[in-house]
Design a protein around this ligand. Structure first.
Ligand code: ZN
Length: 502
């Protein structure tokens, strides 16, 4: 842990009761902790000084939901996000294969949820021939594989996409197909540096199939930049419990910046794959095997996992997107006494939010998804759109909100999340259910891992911002645009500068 002094900075108030000094102050961080805040401080021998020149100082930002390896890989994958139809995807793939014949293709980011037909493996085979091709949908809950790739990954041949648990199980084997290029320590380091440049000081890593050991190795290879909470899945739960590790403990072999996070459970599917488990059928239920989606595990299985994690001193992060899944997860928290979060909570009942507040369960939400899911929601959940991304209800009830990106589902950029929560539109259209929007102050407070205004005793996890994030604007569009393009001048973790553009 390091020391530094920031001169002439204005403290951003976090929380409704905060009233930091209006004038610029000097902030001293010693051994990783803020020890003094004053109008002027004498220089300290050996402590590096940074002149903020009036810039705004806030607690460092957290991304509470990241798939770190996938985000690192996504930047190197064939980008399918612009494709608007199966035909467009096939054209992009054909172009890539013509440019690099015989080289396996991992594509990422198409949104089949809005297409008017289901895709087939045969049409993909017709374009790809024998070269393995895996096209991962932008919600990560299904993938369109050609026959060669299905065989290579040991999955039964079929003429449709691979969904949910079958896909999650196959995912870690992708490296056997595409090689592990793109997951070198240098590639991970670039991801961490880019996050630091957006003001991120920490993230919760929900990578599928990852082991804590992988982070420990990376840590010693120059990837000890930010704070990391490493989440275990059910398949590594035994290992974690046997080692006697609790949420908050340092990862073995590392320092206190990287800790054991929660147990992650994926209790239902997603909106785009029509597998999120809802109380009411989807509008296009006639196309679906399960008209209202379905749970990925039974209520008993869910409660057993929560109970085991809780008894072993682990928090739980339960992925629940549909309202039925949210209600079931809350019931499981209530029965077992487990602590933690609902991840996503994309569509909720009003009572579910009351219950979440009562139980002290955190809502870990990804506002940027509302930009991507706006149109598909109006298509398949038109009857419940006003209950989607219900951040205002959560705030009203006192539910602890924690913003994240779910990168690579949306980019690892906290300012995109904050702007989306505030404006709820990223085009010329009016805010989508603007009554559920957050104020900039609320969105920022939900992005700093519960830290108050920077003061004595704060961790030395700080950002310096070129503009006041809480500056008044004419409307939410202007506020959103300013937040979206926020420039971060400096980021420090435990007093150590990890991004310096002062
Ligand atoms: Zn996720």
């Amino acid at each position: 842990m390091a020391s530094l002094m920031i001169r002439r900075t204005r403290l951003v108030p976090i929380g409704p009761a905060a009233s930091p000094p209006q004038h610029p102050v000097d902030v001293l961080v010693e051994s990783g902790i803020v020890t003094t805040v004053a109008s002027y401080l004498d220089p300290r021998p050996g402590v590096e000084e940074y002149d903020a020149d009036g810039r705004w100082c806030a607690p460092g930002l957290w991304d509470q939901h990241v798939h770190f390896t996938q985000w690192t890989l996504a930047s190197q994958r064939l980008d399918l996000a612009p494709a608007r139809s199966p035909e467009q995807v096939l054209a992009v793939v054909a172009e890539r294969l013509a440019a690099r014949p015989g080289v396996p293709v991992i594509g990422w980011g198409h949104r089949p949820g809005g297409w008017d037909r289901d895709v087939t493996v045969s049409e993909l085979d017709a374009v790809t021939g024998e070269t393995p091709v895996v096209l991962i949908a932008g919600d990560a809950h299904n993938a369109w594989l050609n026959t060669t790739a299905l065989l290579h990954l040991g999955m039964p041949v079929r003429d449709s996409v691979v969904r949910e648990n079958e896909w999650f199980a196959a995912y870690p084997r992708l490296v056997t197909l595409a090689g592990s290029d793109g997951t070198s320590p240098a590639a991970f380091r670039r991801t961490l540096d880019a996050a630091a440049a957006r003001g991120i000081v920490g993230m919760v890593d929900f990578e599928f199939g990852a082991r804590g050991q992988e982070w420990a190795e990376r840590w010693s290879q120059g990837c000890d930049v930010l704070r990391i909470r490493w989440a275990a899945y059910a398949d590594t739960l035994d290992e974690v419990l046997e080692a006697g590790l609790h949420t908050g403990d340092p990862l073995p072999g590392c320092d206190e910046r990287i800790t054991i996070g929660p147990l992650k459970i994926i209790s239902d599917g997603s909106l785009n794959t029509r597998t999120a488990w809802c109380c009411e059928p989807y509008a296009d239920a006639h196309r679906l095997e399960h008209p209202a989606g379905q749970p990925n595990l039974s209520g008993q299985e869910l409660r057993d996992l929560l109970a085991r994690a809780h008894a072993g001193g682990l928090e739980v992060a339960t992925h629940a997107i549909g309202d039925a899944a949210v209600a079931e997860a809350l019931a499981a928290y209530a029965t077992t006494g487990a602590h933690g979060s609902i991840e996503h909570a994309q569509v909720v009942g009003r009572d579910d939010v009351h219950r979440m507040a009562e139980l002290g369960i955190r809502a870990s939400v990804q506002p940027a998804h509302l930009l991507d899911d706006r149109d598909i929601t109006e298509l398949v959940w038109p009857d419940r759109a006003e209950r989607c991304f219900a951040f205002r209800w959560m705030c009203e009830d006192g539910v602890e909100l924690a913003l994240g990106s779910d990168a690579p589902v949306s980019p690892l950029d906290p300012w995109l999340a904050i702007a989306a929560a505030v404006h709820r539109s990223d085009d010329e259209r009016e805010p989508w259910h603007g009554e559920q929007a957050l104020t900039p102050a609320e969105a920022l407070a939900a992005s700093v891992d519960g830290q108050p205004t920077v003061g004595v005793g704060s961790p030395g996890d700080l950002v310096l911002l070129d503009a006041d994030p809480l500056a008044p604007h004419a409307d939410s569009a202007a506020a959103g645009a300013a937040l979206r393009s926020m420039r971060v001048a400096l980021t420090a973790v435990g007093g150590r500068v990890v991004h310096d553009a002062l």
